[in-house]
Design a protein around this ligand. Structure first.
Ligand code: NAP
Length: 256
């Protein structure tokens, strides 16, 4: 018997499918447990998983995630709604393999946050100057709209729109990309995406982060009063329950 919870995207299609899953699993003998679930079933898309992860951050080491997509196949979902019968049969009868995707840990002088895809410092109001230090060594100064530091899982998300590389599933690393960086005779930075070892400590420092936002996955916080944002790969990760073969290439081909 499993203690489970469902998290659905806020649209009619996903809510309807959520009800169908709930009815079927409750009838099968599984119990709904909001506080201490073993399994989180997310219904919607990759964005729904990001929301579910933030909701169950405190239980990440004890909970498995499995998703069914109500659009096209995503990176975090293993089934589409057309495969509902296979999905239900798999979760009822099979033992899953667990695949863990490690999170990014983000610290400021005010709080700690986690992200599965990426963290961004973004300022759309004015040029943001950011000193980037890697393992305590000054690396570069960026002038522009900000920076993005992504995980392997996030490489197909915002990072890809910035011209960052798509990283194969199973590789642990961080990738930094500048957001609309100014490059001319007075201001120069690397310009290319930079792939870093997962245990590097990356610091983003500025004496004026006012107007800038710290974005992590679908969430954001003000950087008012913050002068340094420190990031590294966390020991915590999202445990995906895989009941069948996962093809990363199939998902990639769906992107374009
Ligand atoms: P959202 O609506 O939840 O997501 C925006 C889009 O990004 C959706 O199509 C979502 O897929 C897709 N997505 C999320 N994670 C992905 C991943 N790892 N690989 C490929 N696609 C992915 O938007 P949100 O709440 O603002 O932000 C959540 C995430 O969306 C962020 O972490 C960011 O990476 C991404 N995003 C990307 C851009 C961009 O590429 N320019 C802009 C804004 C946000 P589903 O439809 O399956 O949910």
């Amino acid at each position: 018997m499993q203690k489970f919870i469902t998290v659905a995207k806020k649209n009619e299609k996903s809510k309807k499918l959520e009800k169908k899953i709930l009815d079927e699993l409750l009838q099968y003998g599984w119990t709904e447990n909001r506080e201490e679930p073993d399994t989180v079933i997310f219904i919607g898309g990759d964005g729904t998983l990001l929301y579910a992860v933030q909701k169950y951050l405190d239980r990440l080491d004890h909970v498995n995630f499995v998703g069914i997509h109500t659009g096209t196949l995503g990176f975090f979902t293993d089934y589409t709604e057309d495969e509902y019968d296979v999905f239900i049969n798999d979760i009822k009868t099979k033992e899953p393999k667990i695949f863990c995707s490690r999170l990014l840990q983000i610290n400021t002088n005010q709080a700690e946050y986690y992200a599965l895809n990426e963290m961004r410092i973004e300022n759309v109001k004015r040029t943001q100057v950011i000193d980037v230090l890697v393992d305590n060594e000054q690396f570069e100064t960026c002038w522009g709209s900000g920076v993005c530091l992504s995980t392997q899982a996030g490489s197909t998300a915002y990072n890809r729109s910035l011209g960052g590389a798509v990283i194969d599933s199973g590789i642990s690393l961080m990738q930094m990309a500048e957001i609309t960086a100014i490059q001319h005779s007075k201001h120069r930075s690397l310009g290319n995406p930079y792939i870093l070892k997962p245990d590097r400590i990356v610091e983003f420092v500025s004496d004026d982060f006012s107007d800038a936002l710290l974005c992590f996955d679908h969430r954001h916080e003000s950087l008012e009063g913050v002068y340094k944002v420190t990031c590294t790969t966390s020991n915590h990760g999202v445990r995906f329950a895989r009941y069948r073969e996962y093809s990363y290439l199939k998902r990639l081909k769906n992107l374009y």
